[in-house]
Design a protein around this ligand. Sequence first.
Ligand SMILES: [Zn+2]
Length: 135
Amino acid sequence: MTRPLPAMTGLTAQFYEWCSRGELRFQRCSRCATFRHVPRDLCAECGSFDWEWARSSGNGTVFTYTIVARALHPGFADAVPYAAAVIELAEGVRILGNIVDCPPGELRIGMPVRVDFERQSDAVTLPVFRRALTT
Ligand SMILES: [Zn+2]
């Protein structure tokens, strides 16, 4: 059983096309420079429709997370338990993703993470996050 994947349409498709190239990009307002995610036409900060895809540093921290212990879709049966987390990127946007190199019991809110990418199909590559080395 394969896992459900994002529908590749509109701005969402553009977001995942950047991921397929190994780049995490978010929309950045051309008027006020505010980053936003999930993809949408309008800046919630200033109301502008002008924007560009701006590359993220890929660095962030765990904003919150949950441990999924029971698969709610057959495609995830071999993955449990796994962490579904909200990551706050350095640019200020938050994105939902998996943390792939960290046993669930070691996760902490505020933990530094860095983006990586996992190819799911010919069309879809998902951003995932790994623990970042701290200095
Ligand atoms: Zn704006």
